[in-house]
Design a protein. Structure first.
Length: 392
């Protein structure tokens, strides 16, 4: 098939600035390059670092880059905003779509795949006869979404990253048969080798018990509650927390209110909490290899966070929550699952203390994580992804 992939309009593909969605696109493009399944054209925002990527030399994957940064393009976006007031997405995303449609209008695609942007269909249905597939990574299409029925009806197939997201789509149509779940995957080889990293480099001692949190730093991820839980363990000086991530992908800036409040909350425990800022995806295994336990304390319905998969692949015991698609990723053998109720912070500190005091339990959970991780490798993900496109 001849396929067009419309990305988010925010981060580039190849994923030179990170982003879970963008990395997943890279994975299936890599699989397509290896097996020559389809002729795929990717529409992505431009970033100077993409020029260095070998992926651009592919014979079956092609890239159309749209420049949205720089003063001239920012001016164009502002002019677009003034003439298109009531748009589905933010004007910057709509401008990206507008530029992509100008190219798509002159092409013939069998299928247009929309990455986490089902609302693109509202405009695309008037300019192409291609079949539409939505790849949903978040709650972007349910009975509460604007124009939900029209967008749902326009899709030939809907792929979701978890059954949780699938069930949200089915609030539009309880008899839905077009939605399939394709679980995310990661590069297990990259996240299976424990590198020898000197903890002293990060202010850690060899006998410290290291917890790791990784991901975007925002309220939904439960990092504030995790810092509060560390505060309850103030007598346990060997329990340290490494916070990996920035407020946005590829951005370690702390210049936002939540980050400032978080660091204020953490300040009495500066000797036990380390903020690394944004870390390139390729370096994540090095950082995770220093950890004894991964904590993913999401307080929102996290659809299917790849941070859980990465922790599993590194053989880490996991403390996480019963939210969104997370329970589909782990089992009770490799993870402690907590409710995000009024007792959450206390239960979080208790779970940390439990694993700190019971190394034999950590060993059992680590082995279970290694075993569980094998279900979520990137090749299986890509194979299932393209299988779901059969008969489209």
């Amino acid at each position: 098939m001849k396929i067009a992939v419309l990305t988010s309009g925010i981060l580039p593909v190849p994923a030179v600035q990170g982003g879970a969605v963008e990395n997943l696109v890279d994975f299936y493009l890599e699989y397509n390059e290896k097996h020559s399944l389809h002729d795929i054209t990717v529409y992505s925002v431009w970033h100077p670092d993409v020029k260095k990527q070998l992926a651009l030399k592919s014979g079956v994957n092609h890239y159309i880059f749209i420049k949205t940064d720089g003063w001239w393009n920012k001016l164009r976006k502002k002019l677009y905003q003034k003439t298109h007031e009531k748009e589905y997405y933010h004007y910057s995303i709509e401008y990206f779509l507008h530029k992509a449609i100008q190219h798509i209008h002159h092409q013939h695609y069998d299928l247009i795949l929309m990455e986490n942007r089902p609302g693109y269909a509202l405009k695309l249905k008037d300019v192409t006869n291609a079949k539409f597939v939505y790849h949903l990574h978040n709650e972007k299409l349910d009975s509460k979404a604007p124009h939900c029925q029209e967008i749902y009806d326009a899709a030939f197939r809907i792929l979701t990253v978890s059954n949780y997201i699938k069930h949200r789509v089915q609030t539009i149509n309880s008899k839905d048969t077009k939605t399939l779940t394709v679980y995310n995957g990661i590069d297990l080889k990259a996240f299976s080798i424990k590198t020898q990293t000197k903890k002293e480099k990060f202010g850690l001692k060899n006998d410290d018990f290291v917890l790791v949190f990784s991901g975007r730093i925002n309220r939904d991820k439960g990092i504030m509650e995790l810092v509060e839980a560390i505060g309850l363990l103030k007598e346990m000086s060997h329990i340290k927390l490494m916070v990996i991530g920035g407020s946005f992908f590829g951005n370690s800036s702390s210049d936002n209110e939540f980050m400032r409040n978080l660091k204020t909350k953490a300040s009495p425990h500066n000797d036990r909490i380390i903020f690394t800022g944004y870390i390139p995806y390729s370096e994540m295994p090095t950082y995770l290899s220093m950890a004894d336990v991964a904590v993913i304390p999401s307080v929102w319905d996290d659809p299917f966070p790849t941070t859980v998969l990465e922790a599993q692949a590194m053989g880490l015991p996991i403390i996480t929550t019963r939210r969104g698609g997370i329970p589909e990723e782990v089992t009770e053998e490799n993870a402690i699952l907590l409710n995000t109720d009024e007792h959450f912070v206390g239960n979080l500190s208790s779970a940390i203390l439990d694993l700190y005091k019971h190394p034999e339990k950590r060993k059992f959970m680590a082995e279970a994580s290694h075993k569980r991780a094998k279900l979520f490798d990137k090749e299986t993900y890509a194979k299932n992804f393209f299988k779901a496109l059969d008969n489209v």
